[in-house]
Ligand binder design. Structure first.
Ligand code: FDA
Length: 421
């Protein structure tokens, strides 16, 4: 007896896969949709997201918030705006609230609300969810050789832990490699590759950076303040951004570091020389910083050096930087020798963070790299390599900055594919 053929088999029931399944079943109630997931209980990543609150999206989403082929990203985002996302969640019974930062969360402040709503809607629509079905291979059938009985339209055989599923169309929604214990262990890249897709190198993104033990980060653990972070690869500045930096016991974190981390990881992956520098006077050059210093020192020459530096960074950090450049923090700022002052100003405007590594996949929020967007038709998310195969979410080579953008990518790609597949 041949297996019943599934019209649409979604592999991976994370954010993008659930969206694809729901939109497909809503768009065409007559089709049979199945979601296979390797994890025993699905949605683990949604549950841990946003510190357990799930930052569903952002009030303003533009292609500038993403790293990926710009015009393709723009087209996909345009197909499902933030307003439509908010309305869609409202239709699922999830009201969203916008915080000062522009991030949108469920009013319940519980990620569980989001996951439950998605699973409930999928169930209402008759979408079959099969947890514990880790997929190990997808084979595209040559429809001319009639391999599976008389049904000429069955194009794929999906091999998984419980046997095989036959499907007319497949959505690959296996995510990336971040937080592998949730089930997203990168196996989707192998599945895509076996079907003929390319996969660009994958590295952890939105991840904290570990500093050399000799740096002073441990003493500042828990402290956060605004810093301009610049990433320089082989002598060329590739990224510069300002935001909140958090010192931790292992190194540096916080939104500005998380956003910058992909550049460090990508450069390291290809063996390039990379530096991450901090400007504690965001936007100021060393000459402007000197002007500021001299002006303040002239106003109050007997003020201690640490008090002056503490005008721009928290006092604990000021103390650590003074010590780092070999200055006596209690010294009167009007009496600091020129060479020492220059060393201090250089450290304040271009502090070389001694990064030894990123914190790795267990701590990264997303993956940079994946299946190139050029291999996908952005109007449908269908593969240009394998007709009938659709790719959505993090498995694609597109990652967003911190703030709800990665979920927006998951919902938008899921919707486009779900309606088309
Ligand atoms: P996702 O990884 O969610 O799902 C993939 C699914 O495929 C998993 O269920 C996995 O088990 C399954 N799978 C993988 N391989 C398989 C196989 N071979 N066979 C069967 N199933 C397989 N983003 C954001 O916008 N706001 C936020 O607040 C956060 N917060 C956050 C916190 C933390 C700690 C992390 C790790 C990540 C975030 N993110 C985030 C990022 C966001 O969670 C992420 O971008 C999306 O979940 C990606 O959705 P996908 O559906 O593409 O992959």
């Amino acid at each position: 007896m041949p297996e019943p053929v599934v019209d649409l088999c979604v592999i991976g029931a994370g954010a993008a896969g659930l969206a694809a399944g729901i939109f497909a079943a809503e768009h065409n109630p007559a089709i049979r949709v199945e979601l296979l997931d390797g994890a025993k209980s699905v949605g683990a990543k949604i549950l841990v997201s946003g510190g357990g609150r799930c930052n569903v999206t952002h009030d303003v989403v533009t292609p500038d918030d993403f790293f990926g082929t710009r015009h393709l990203v723009r087209n996909v985002l345009a197909a499902f705006s933030v307003r439509e996302t908010v309305e869609w969640f409202a239709s699922l019974g999830v009201e969203l609230k916008c915080e000062e930062t522009g991030k949108l969360f469920p009013v319940t402040d519980k990620a569980r609300t989001v996951l439950t709503a998605l699973l409930t809607r999928a169930r209402e629509l008759g979408v079959v969810l099969r947890p514990g079905h880790r997929v190990s291979a997808i084979t595209r059938l040559d429809t001319s050789n009639n391999v599976i009985g008389t049904d000429q339209s069955s194009r794929f055989v999906i091999r998984h832990r419980e046997g095989e599923t036959l499907a007319r169309r497949v959505v690959l929604a296996t995510g990336g490699r971040s937080l592998p214990r949730t089930g997203s262990d990168g196996s989707g890249y192998g599945l895509a590759r076996a079907l003929g897709h390319r996969v660009t190198p994958t590295v952890p993104a939105l991840v904290a950076l570990v500093l050399d033990d000799r740096c002073f980060h441990e003493r500042l653990s828990g402290l956060s303040h605004e810093v301009e972070v610049e990433t320089v690869v082989e002598g060329r500045s590739v990224d510069r951004r300002t935001g909140s930096l958090l010192w931790t016991h292992f190194g540096i974190s916080g939104p500005v570091v998380m956003d910058a981390s992909r550049f460090w990881s990508l450069a390291r992956e290809r063996g390039a020389k990379v530096e991450v520098c901090g400007n504690f006077l965001p936007g100021k050059t060393v000459d402007q910083a000197r002007e500021w210093f001299l002006g303040r020192a002239a106003d109050a020459p007997r003020r201690s050096l640490v008090k002056l530096v503490a005008e721009v960074v928290p006092e604990r950090c000021a103390e650590a930087i003074c010590l780092h450049v070999g200055a006596d923090s209690q010294q009167a700022c009007g009496q600091v020798p020129r060479a020492l002052r220059d060393r201090l100003l250089a450290a304040l405007t271009r502090f070389p963070f001694p990064v030894v590594r990123d914190r790795g996949w267990n701590f990264a929020e997303v993956t940079a790299g994946g299946v190139p967007l050029e291999e996908i038709n952005f109007r449908t998310m269908e593969s240009k390599v394998v007709p009938g195969l659709y790719l959505v979410g993090e498995v694609l080579d597109c990652d967003g900055r911190i703030g709800g953008f990665n979920f927006q990518w998951a919902w938008a790609t899921g919707r486009v594919a779900g309606r088309a597949a």
